[in-house]
Design a protein around this ligand. Structure first.
Ligand code: F6P
Length: 354
């Protein structure tokens, strides 16, 4: 048996642990030969592949990034003006591959489903720091990102406290606010603003004013995809060649500008950015990635082609790629963490009475 492996989309801490697990498990359970495509689907298009043997993936579980490289700018369904899926499938056949394991987010899964439709057997491994893949309660990379956010909040708090300021921390999370929610909760912030709940500026200012009078400082955690009621997303730039052309960023500074005239204390914003994605994965992410990599090898061994590894109710399972590709798991308004946060005094920037 010969299996291809690739990592697609933005990187996430834990990808190397997942690559290690899937490769070792395929070698040990299936006696497979494993080939790794470089830079995700771009490697399939540009015919860049390398052998992954036991040694190549040994000692990498603790490393950040991805051994194989990745890109979030390329899809074989539309590359240099046309659909290249048939070419990619022909290349995989030329390599003698029985199938390909693709690790990535909802975009990578949608492409995997398309390639499956063109006759290439595919298995998916969910990965994203955003924790927004359908049928996956916890994706690896998320725990590391949340830990970075919590640490940043801790650091911002001591300086905010000293100066009596309103400190805003902007996190990643385009469509789903899981990182801001759990990072903000872990850091005990006062206001958490999510893409799922448009914020009311007066409600946010009211929290800050109340704290100005008592505690003197306020901590706010805002996801990059959050927006005010009736407002729009804060787009940093448009990148022509990316799959998601609008690059978000700067909503923290926008909120700073909106809040400042309404408050006595100074308002300061910090954008955390790629620090959330880089560096060593936490132990929990390494374990999760190992579990998912091993589950993908199991799907290959049992002929579970066309499936993505899922994680629901603490149990590993699988779901058709076609069902999860392109679907985003956002924060539901009735999620227990929201209720828990509200009870402990957190505001989600909602106007009183709605
Ligand atoms: O998909 C993960 C993610 O971290 C998003 O939250 C964020 O908008 C995006 O990646 C940033 O990607 P890039 O590295 O291309 O700026």
């Amino acid at each position: 048996m010969r299996i291809g492996v690739l990592t697609g989309g933005g990187d996430a801490p834990g990808l190397n642990a997942a690559l290690r697990a899937v490769t070792k498990s395929l070698i040990r359970q299936c006696g497979a030969e494993v080939l790794g495509f470089e830079d995700g689907y771009l490697g399939m298009l540009e015919r860049r592949v390398r052998a992954l043997d036991w040694r190549a993936v040994s000692g990498i579980a603790a490393l950040g990034g991805t051994l194989l490289g990745t890109t979030n700018k390329v899809t074989p369904t539309h590359y240099q003006g046309r659909d290249r899926c048939d070419e990619v499938v022909a290349y995989a056949r030329e390599l003698g591959l029985d199938g390909v394991v693709a690790m990535g987010g909802d975009g990578t899964m949608a492409i995997a489903a398309a390639l499956m439709g063109h006759g290439l057997p595919m298995v998916g491994v969910p990965k994203t720091i955003d924790n927004d893949i359908a049928r996956v309660e916890r994706s690896f990379g998320f725990d590391t990102a949340v830990a970075r956010v919590a640490e940043a909040v801790d650091r911002l708090q001591t300086t905010g406290q000293s100066h009596g300021r309103v400190m805003i921390l902007e996190t990643m999370g385009r469509n789903a606010g899981w990182i801001a929610l759990e990072g903000g909760l872990a850091g005990s912030v006062d206001v958490i603003l999510l893409p799922e709940i448009d914020y009311d500026l007066d409600a946010v200012a009211a929290v800050c004013r109340e704290r100005e009078a008592k505690q003197r400082f306020t901590m706010i955690c805002i996801a990059e995809g959050a927006k005010p009621r009736g407002g729009s997303l804060t787009v940093r730039e448009h990148v022509g060649d990316a799959l998601e052309s609008a690059r978000l960023g700067g909503v923290g500074f926008a909120l700073q500008a909106q809040l400042q005239p309404l408050l006595k204390s100074e308002v300061r914003a910090t954008v955390l950015g790629h620090v959330q994605r880089g560096g060593l994965p936490t132990a929990a992410d390494r374990v999760l990635a190992t579990l998912y990599g091993n589950a993908a090898a199991d799907l290959v061994r049992t002929g579970g082609w066309g499936q993505m590894v899922t994680y629901e109710g603490g149990a590993i399972g699988s779901a058709p790629l076609a069902d999860v590709g392109g679907v985003q798991r956002t924060v539901p308004r009735d999620h227990p963490l929201l209720a828990c946060a509200r009870r402990t005094g957190v505001s989600f920037g909602e106007a009183a009475g709605g």
